[in-house]
Write a protein that binds this ligand. Structure first.
Ligand code: HEC
Ligand code: HEC
Length: 343
């Protein structure tokens, strides 16, 4: 298959994903009369980086290309691996030279809907974030000037950049824009929970229905995990212990020095959460059962705790129901065909 044919095929895939987002969003709202808070919103993109098939195709190549790293062996997908829920299955990430990172790799699934990025909110947009890990010494350890030269010398890339961003050239900016365009297509598929919301009573077990009632009632999880993406885009200290081999992490406080931000981290999405463990910014829990137990205890470290974290006094059945509900937010994995990289 030549580049042109590939562009057309991947372009079609991306368009189908975007269209299904729009159609699914529209039907969910029509069914209930008033808008369903769990309805899938449309994916927005900045005015100078509208999502097009050529940009998605290029961004996908870059995302999977280890030549983006200094050593040429690590790609974005090394840590954000589609086979591991777009994360890495590790408590915390591992960068170049087997360097252990201080935080867990979050999934990039549904980052299209995030209003703020990173555990501490230090990136405002996907474009802002995209070249950070390339340049970070502990992650991909790459000099952007060298990367631009390297990509420019690959004729397949020169063509694709020109097609995606005519006249803009191969620059740090266009690399970031292309990566962001691909990320905007990495969205959760419809989960059993969504099917149930749309009226299919048999889509989930009774335990899931009870779990949802607890999530939005007695356990008040939706004080922070709300809306389609199950996040308020806010920062909270939920009382986690620091694992023994890790330094204390001030979280959001490093960027906004108000007391409430000390040890506060961004509320993560719960979409596809069955696939994205270990959990929390420091990877302290391996299972959803451990997560629910911690909330039930009202957190483990009391200093600066968010007022919405309190002992819940859940029965063991209620804890199981919450876990069943969390699992029902996981859809079938998005189908990903690995790109053939240009030589
Ligand atoms: C060495 C592992 C590693 C590599 C390689 C890596 N990431 Fe990440 N990524 C992380 C970690 C760890 C974080 C969280 C860091 C933090 O919040 O301080 C993260 C955070 C992110 C986020 C924010 C997600 C959110 O919900 O806030 C995005 C988006 C992202 N990475 C995209 C990329 C892209 C694009 C690339 C390639 C250019 C890449 N990453 C390469 C480990 C990695
Ligand atoms: C006060 C706000 C708040 C409340 C209430 C809350 N959460 Fe969270 N949740 C967060 C934050 C913030 C994190 C990330 C914390 C960190 O890593 O330091 C998180 C993390 C999680 C994670 C891990 C996700 C991942 O990818 O690592 C799960 C699962 C989760 N919460 C489920 C729940 C459930 C179930 C409840 C109700 C029993 C609940 N949460 C109540 C704010 C909240």
């Amino acid at each position: 298959m030549n580049t042109e044919q590939r562009l057309i095929r991947h372009g079609r895939e991306a368009l189908i994903i975007l269209l299904s987002c729009l159609i699914f969003g529209a039907t969910a709202s029509a069914a209930s009369g008033k808008p369903d808070p769990y309805r899938r919103p449309a994916v927005a993109a900045p005015a100078d980086n509208a999502v097009t098939p050529a940009r998605v195709e290029l961004g996908k190549m870059l995302f999977f290309d280890p030549r983006l790293s200094g050593s040429q062996w690590m790609s974005c997908a090394t840590c954000h691996n589609p086979a591991l829920g777009w994360s890495d299955g590790l408590p915390t990430g591992i960068g170049e030279g087997m360097h252990k990172l201080a935080r867990a790799t979050p999934t990039i699934l549904n980052v299209a809907y995030n209003k703020i990025l990173m555990w501490d909110g230090r990136a405002a947009s996907l474009e802002d974030q995209a070249t950070g890990p390339i340049k970070a010494k502990a992650e991909m350890n790459q000099d952007m000037k060298i990367l631009v030269q390297r990509l420019s010398a690959i004729s397949g890339y020169a063509e694709m950049f020109e097609h995606a961003y005519p006249g803009e050239g191969i620059t740090e900016k266009t690399i970031a824009k292309a990566l962001a365009s691909f990320e905007r297509t990495v969205v959760a598929t419809e989960s059993p929970f969504d099917q149930w919301r749309q009226g299919k009573e048999t889509a989930v077990e009774e335990s899931v229905k009870r779990g949802f009632k607890l999530f939005t009632g007695k356990a008040k999880c939706d004080a922070c995990h709300d809306g389609f993406n199950f996040t308020d885009s806010g920062f909270h200290n939920i009382g986690l212990e620091t694992p023994k081999d890790m330094p204390d992490d001030v979280g959001r406080y490093a960027h906004r020095k108000v007391k409430i931000n000390m040890g506060a981290f961004k509320t993560p999405t719960l979409r596809d959460v069955a696939l994205t463990g270990p959990y929390m910014h420091n990877g302290i829990f391996n299972t959803l059962e451990e997560v629910v137990d911690c909330y039930d205890r009202g957190g483990d470290v009391q200093g600066n705790l968010d007022p919405n974290i309190k002992p819940l006094n859940l029965t063991s059945q209620e804890k199981q129901d919450l876990v069943s509900f969390l699992k029902s937010l996981t859809g079938k994995p998005m189908l990903v065909t690995l790109p053939q990289l240009p030589q």
